[in-house]
Design a protein around this ligand. Structure first.
Ligand code: ADP
Length: 358
């Protein structure tokens, strides 16, 4: 296991401690939130009791981050550090995308693709026919599964397929550095999205936003969560012009109360790619390479990457391409692939996989 995450966690914890001693709450908040992020990454790398320990450490740090944020609010009287409307609008401008990927670019996950096609894509492409069958368009789809398996990718493919703008909300929006920043950002994002006749809104890292909390939720965090919940209810009731997709790598961390509300009416598991899907991901990753890639090399890599996610496979292909460049190779052979793949370490371990599937 790389100890990069561990080192970063300690580094941010030390910086947070120093900031707390100096009563510098904005800086303490930033470092505590970063330390929590690295504790979560460590939990995802570990198994058993160590994993549980990092998970509860991450939870404690997130609680502490909320407390620091509360102190920032008191200090600034809600004004000095607040973010102007224009400022958050600029932030949101950067967050809208027009993805070019299509559903056909998504390898495997046939069941997930079918559900998305049935709920979101075809009723829009054949609106009259869907109306005649009394079918509702959209609703919310929650995608859960190991990291790097293409949850964000498929959400973008929905927008790409229908030529719609794509808006993302991540946990970082909840832990904005300034008072009012998160709330403003989220409100503006939804306002901007509402200006389109239809758009795709993707909420990533749902487990961090709607996580089970040990202590009281701080007022500012609570406000942001209620803004999101209101908007989700609008989608559920068919009032908001959004196709909503959510994603999580740790469904067990999500508050059950939130899961029960029916805001996401379809929950779909996005698992590790099977052999044909891995083959497609590999072919995709070599699409722009101008040298020939041997068929047996592709098939070798597809079978050698059994427990890998799509993101892991992209990483391996990247290192093969770097080695080919280094060696001035003018052909991608199975020998080259073998030399680059002696130690394949999938990013998601068995125990985490089992936990997600349960
Ligand atoms: P997640 O959101 O599940 O953590 P991502 O969507 O960010 O994963 O995946 C990272 C990258 O891996 C994608 O941008 C894509 O290039 C590749 N990838 C992962 N899964 C697939 C897949 N099933 N089909 C095609 N590409 C994939």
């Amino acid at each position: 296991m790389s100890n990069f995450n561990y080192e970063k966690k300690i580094e941010h914890e030390k910086a947070a401690e120093k900031a707390l001693m100096e009563d510098d709450f904005p800086s303490a908040f930033y470092h505590v939130a970063e330390a929590a992020k690295f504790a979560l990454a460590l939990a995802n790398q570990c198994t058993g009791r160590l994993r549980d320990a990092y998970m509860s450490n991450a939870n404690e740090l997130m609680d502490l981050a909320e407390k620091c944020k509360g102190k920032c609010a008191k200090r600034s009287g809600g004004e000095k550090m607040s973010v102007e409307g224009d400022e958050s609008k600029k932030l949101n401008d950067c967050r809208v995308e027009r993805p070019s990927v299509r559903m056909a670019d998504v390898a495997g996950m046939d069941n997930v693709k079918r559900q998305i096609r049935l709920r979101m894509i075809e009723p829009l492409q054949h609106a009259e026919e869907a109306r005649k069958h009394g079918l509702k368009v959209g609703g919310g789809i929650l995608l859960y599964g190991p990291p790097g398996t293409g949850k964000t990718f498929i959400a973008k493919a929905v927008a790409g397929e229908l030529d719609l703008p794509f808006y993302t909300i991540t946990a970082a929006d909840i832990f904005g550095k300034y008072v009012g920043e998160s709330e403003n950002n989220i409100r503006t994002l939804f306002e901007e999205a509402r200006k389109n006749p239809l758009s795709v809104v993707f909420i990533d890292e749902l487990e961090t936003i709607f996580r089970k909390r040990t202590g009281d939720i701080h007022e500012t965090t609570q406000k942001v969560i209620s803004v999101i919940l209101q908007e989700l209810d609008g989608v559920k009731d068919g009032k908001n012009p959004f196709l909503l997709l959510g994603a999580t790598n740790a469904p067990w961390m999500i508050d059950e109360a939130f899961m029960r509300t029916g805001r996401f009416d379809v929950k779909a598991y996005v698992g590790l790619p099977d052999l044909p899907a891995r083959e497609q991901i590999i072919r995709n990753a070599f699409k722009h390479v101008e040298y020939p890639v041997d068929e047996d090399a592709i098939m070798y890599l597809a079978s050698a990457t059994g427990k890998c996610s799509g993101a892991d496979i992209n990483g391996i292909v990247q290192s093969i391409r770097q080695t080919a460049f280094e060696r001035h190779a003018d052909r991608y052979t199975i020998e080259l692939f073998r030399a680059c793949t002696q130690h394949i370490t999938p990013s998601c371990n068995e125990e985490t996989l089992r936990k997600i599937e349960e």
